[in-house]
Design a protein around this ligand. Structure first.
Ligand SMILES: Nc1ncnc2c1ncn2[C@@H]1O[C@H](COP(=O)(O)OP(=O)(O)OP(=O)(O)O)[C@@H](O)[C@H]1O
Length: 551
């Protein structure tokens, strides 16, 4: 619950939370005023003096009901607004942590981020909607207990003992119950992962439905089975608590009516008032008990969001040490970059694959090709050069200056990249430094005229062939105007005609325009187009430029 309070406080602010609590208290008090009026009226009816006070009671009832309705309405309106604002504020908060996180952190927590954005925030929003009933019932319970004290302190003590017994039982059960909710929350992540398999692997499943059936079975048998079991045990625990509490109070009511009233010499009017108030108390306690599982699940969701945020901002753990949090940075004019004895290995990789030590110097205007076998470390090296991964040892230099924590973001600003699994943004509005005036020229160069248009800051379509989408991604990269272009097997999806055009015509033109190009390629037919050629072998970078370089 502490985590839930911490998160709620962060998103509503203490002022608003106090205001809603105050409204809840007032609403509870107005309910209690109504009960006490009913009790008084019952007492007067028994004394047969009610008719003399009928008008006063009529006004009293109208006033308390009016107050109750007004406060409930105000509270409901505020809480509904607050819960919607909390939903979006939580989402914005998670997304801004995502945007500030390092690449490796993001990759490691992809599924949790999705679960947090889609599930946890809704669990929390639902809980905040329940707060109205919860706070009102809580206040009403306290007020009822105080009223019971004013009727008979001995009966009050007995009631308190019964309530304490219920609370002890509840506490005893709750830890176990929360554990089951936590299990169910972990299963939710597994569910999201399996759903990704179905949605992202749909083509493969369509061809071989057995693949889909396997995933479906994992969801419907494994995950659903375990999730149903965990949630059922957890909810059952809460229902048991609720029933135990109710039974305890019903026994108390029966005992007061049957013998406790008489034994403790309580008058008939007080006994009736006591029973009445107890019944109200049971109702209020029941409302609280119904809310408890909702709050318990919200507490697990809050814990999960807080943990995720800590993972995303933490720079001390194994993985996070190798990332540099981005900051706003101005690019410096690029003249050369270098990797000096750079070493990197993936954390938690059992095969202990290591890149390096790597030494390389690249100057402005160079065309550098890197080739090598699958799994030799080319992409890892590319990520190191791009500053997506941070080396374990050695250093990167930009313009002969070492790149450190403070200027990593500025360093990254020098690159545009088209990855082998690139993402094509449809809307490029607000991107800094875009040379949109070159759009038509590049469209012509990459032979995409008539295929796609730039409408404002959006592309008319991104539903193109794979090769065409790659051409468009490269045009976007070029329009960004960054000095270094990183390409991971860019030409692999191009037809022979355009591949030739790319190596023989486009690359020289880009070089003439001042771009530096670092490309992973297996097109050995065009290796002569590079100024420098390197081979990656088991994480080692071998210079094969001799005989290839044109200068
Ligand atoms: N995210 C990762 N976590 C752990 N290990 C990884 C990760 N990515 C790659 N590796 C390991 O690093 C090695 C090199 O991978 P890398 O992607 O750099 O190779 P590559 O030369 O680009 O291969 P390919 O030509 O197949 O794309 C792989 O053999 C793999 O074991």
């Amino acid at each position: 619950m502490k985590k839930l309070m911490r998160l709620t406080l962060q998103h509503t602010g203490p002022g608003r939370l106090m205001l809603y609590t105050l409204l809840g208290i007032l609403s509870g008090i107005s309910s209690f005023l109504f009960i006490s009026l009913v009790n008084k009226a019952v007492g007067l009816l028994l004394d047969e003096t009610f008719t003399e006070n009928q008008l006063v009671f009529c006004a009293g009832f109208l006033l308390t009901v009016g107050l109750f309705v007004g406060l409930k309405f105000l509270l409901a309106r505020s809480i509904i607004r607050m819960s919607q604002e909390t939903l979006w504020s939580l989402r914005n908060d998670i997304l801004s942590s995502v945007l500030k996180a390092g690449y490796q952190q993001l990759n490691a927590h992809r599924i949790r981020i999705r679960s947090a954005l889609l599930n946890d925030v809704y669990t929390l929003t639902d809980a905040s909607m329940s707060v109205i009933g919860f706070s009102t019932s809580l206040i009403l319970s306290v007020a009822c207990l105080l009223y019971l004290l004013s009727i008979s302190w001995s009966l009050f003590l007995i009631t308190l003992l019964v309530a304490a017994g219920g609370i002890v039982l509840y506490r005893w059960n709750t830890n176990k119950t929360l554990g089951h909710f936590k299990n169910a929350r972990v299963l939710e992540d597994n569910f999201v992962r399996e759903c990704d398999d179905i949605l992202d692997g749909f083509r493969e499943i369509y061809l071989e439905p057995a693949k889909g059936r396997v995933v479906y079975r994992r969801i419907s048998v494994d995950i659903a089975g375990k999730s149903i079991a965990s949630n059922t045990i957890a909810y059952r625990g809460f229902v048991n608590n609720q029933m135990t509490g109710q039974v305890l109070f019903y026994i108390l009511i029966a005992a007061v009516l049957l013998f406790l009233g008489k034994a403790l010499h309580i008058s008939l009017a007080d006994t009736i008032s006591f029973i009445f108030t107890l019944l109200y108390l049971v109702g209020a306690l029941e409302t609280i008990m119904v809310m408890l599982p909702v709050l318990a699940r919200a507490s697990v969701a809050a814990g999960s969001i807080i943990e995720l945020r800590e993972f995303m901002s933490d720079t001390s753990s194994d993985t996070e040490e190798k990332t540099i949090l981005p900051a706003r940075a101005e690019a410096v004019p690029f003249s050369c970059l270098g990797l000096q004895h750079v070493v990197f290995s993936y954390p938690h990789n059992e095969n202990i694959f290591r890149v390096g030590p790597v030494r390389i110097e690249i100057n402005r205007g160079d065309i550098v090709f890197i080739h090598g076998g699958n799994g030799s470390g080319k992409t890892t090296l590319l990520y190191l050069m791009l500053g997506l991964y941070v080396p374990d040892a050695g250093e990167l230099t930009l313009n002969n200056e070492p790149v450190d924590r403070d200027n990593y973001a500025a360093y990254r600003n020098n690159f545009s990249a088209v990855f082998s699994d690139f993402y094509l943004f449809n809307n490029i509005s607000g991107w800094p430094g875009m040379n949109l005036e070159r759009w038509e020229e590049y469209l012509h160069l990459f032979e995409l005229e008539g295929k796609v248009k730039l409408e404002g800051s959006c592309f008319s379509t991104t539903d193109l062939s794979t090769g065409q989408r790659k051409r468009l991604a490269l045009i976007v990269g070029l329009m960004e105007g960054k000095p270094i272009l990183m390409l991971d097997e860019w030409a692999a999806d191009q037809d022979p005609y355009f591949r030739k055009k790319f190596y023989m015509e486009i690359l020289p033109q880009l070089k003439a325009d001042g771009f530096t190009i670092i490309a992973i390629t297996h097109d050995d037919k065009y290796y002569h187009c590079a100024d420098y050629i390197y081979k990656m072998e088991h994480g080692r970078l071998i210079n094969e430029t001799v005989g290839v370089a044109q200068h």
